[in-house]
Design a protein around this ligand. Structure first.
Ligand code: DAH
Length: 363
């Protein structure tokens, strides 16, 4: 059988080589590959009747020949068409340079996202993206920001008209569910304002030790300007286990910043306030732009604010359903866009989502 296929290939290629026009090529195609009576088609169809050990060999040989015949018919067709053009005086100059095909590349924010993810993977974190539409519960209440809390103003967002009932789960993965421990009967759905909204959801789904880094899109109801956008990317990291301390937090952040900037960067920890951490801090790095001598990028202070962080508040653990005092943990949040701006010295965040090719092509 294999000899038969080999012979068939020889005849077919010979006929293709000698074909003088498209009609002949079509006839050859039908003769060998035609659906009904093609010689090769018949062989392929008959494979099922062969001995079991013969089938794979014959099948593979027949398929290879089929591909070869198709490729040769294609090539011959092309060369006939070129020949026709050459007959009409349209000579093909093979020395002409080819058409320039422009390659795209990843957006600078995507490049930074991948870089950050790589660093956290190397530190033993799991990377998640999470949902962009979440319930009010996960975005605020579970993070110790109840209705009417003044911190809500800082994180105002876009709300979705549909409300869901406490017992209703709006998506299969449950990211929009309202937690039964919540005292809200109904929860508004909203575009998450921070990736912190994944904290309690993740804690509910798994037992510590947890080391998770959520990188994804967030939204704010902002009057946009050079440093504020309605759509932004955030990095949220959190670690939960027994005996996690501020020292672990500082070590993790320093390792991250060293890998990111590929140099030892001086950091400073300032006390701050976030409802979901206690104590809370803000981390500044020495201005990379002016080496601490003062410039407009650092408001002439020599320091740049880079992220917020702290030890996870007991109320957050309570919302997650963890027994009181069983675990400790730290969390931090940073703006990915800000890191991109620092890296490439971009002075207006609005460029990032502008879709302007003059901007994008520079990276
Ligand atoms: N979610 C905060 C924001 O959007 C950032 C943040 C601050 C996250 C402190 C944290 C944290 O986990 O501990 O501004």
């Amino acid at each position: 059988m294999e000899n038969k296929i080999e012979r068939l290939q020889k005849y077919a290629l010979e006929e293709i080589k000698n074909a003088k026009d498209k009609d002949t090529l079509d006839t050859i195609w039908r003769k060998y590959l035609g659906r009904k009576d093609g010689t090769l088609t018949k062989i392929l169809r008959g494979i099922k009747d062969l001995d079991k050990d013969q089938r794979p060999k014959v099948g593979s040989a027949a398929n290879t020949v089929r591909a070869k015949i198709e490729a040769h018919i294609d090539m011959r067709g092309k060369s006939l068409r070129q020949g026709q053009r050459a007959d009409k005086g349209e000579l093909l100059d093979v020395t002409l340079p080819g058409k320039h095909i422009e390659f795209g590349h990843l957006h600078p924010s995507t490049q930074m996202r991948e870089r950050v993810a790589q660093i956290f993977i190397s530190l033993g974190f799991e990377i998640l993206e999470g949902n962009e539409i979440v319930s009010d519960y996960y975005n605020f209440e579970a993070l110790n920001i109840p209705q009417g809390h003044p911190a809500r103003d800082m994180w105002d967002t876009f709300y979705i008209k549909t409300r869901i009932n406490a017992d209703q789960i709006a998506d299969q993965r449950g990211y929009i569910s309202v937690n039964p421990r919540s005292n809200q009967r109904k929860s508004a759905l909203l575009l998450r304002t921070h990736t912190s909204a994944m904290q309690v959801k993740v804690m509910e789904e798994r037992e510590p030790p947890i080391r998770v880094c959520v990188i994804g899109k967030c939204f704010r109801h902002e009057a946009t300007d050079a440093s504020h956008e309605h759509t932004l990317y955030q990095i949220e990291g959190f670690v939960v286990d027994k005996h996690i301390s501020i020292a672990n937090l500082i070590y993790t952040l320093k390792s991250f910043l060293r890998s990111l900037f590929q140099t030892e960067v001086k950091t400073r920890l300032r006390p701050s306030y976030f409802p979901f951490t206690e104590p809370s801090f803000e981390v500044d790095i020495e201005c990379l732009n002016c080496n601490k001598s003062g410039c407009s990028a650092c408001s002439h202070s020599g320091w740049m604010e880079i992220l917020g962080c702290g030890m996870i508040h007991p109320h957050v653990f309570k919302a997650a359903g963890y027994p009181k005092g069983a675990y400790t943990g730290f969390a931090f949040g940073a703006g990915l866009d800000r890191l991109v701006m620092l890296r490439h010295k971009i002075d207006d965040v609005r460029w990032l989502h502008s879709g302007d090719l003059r901007f994008i092509k520079q990276f």
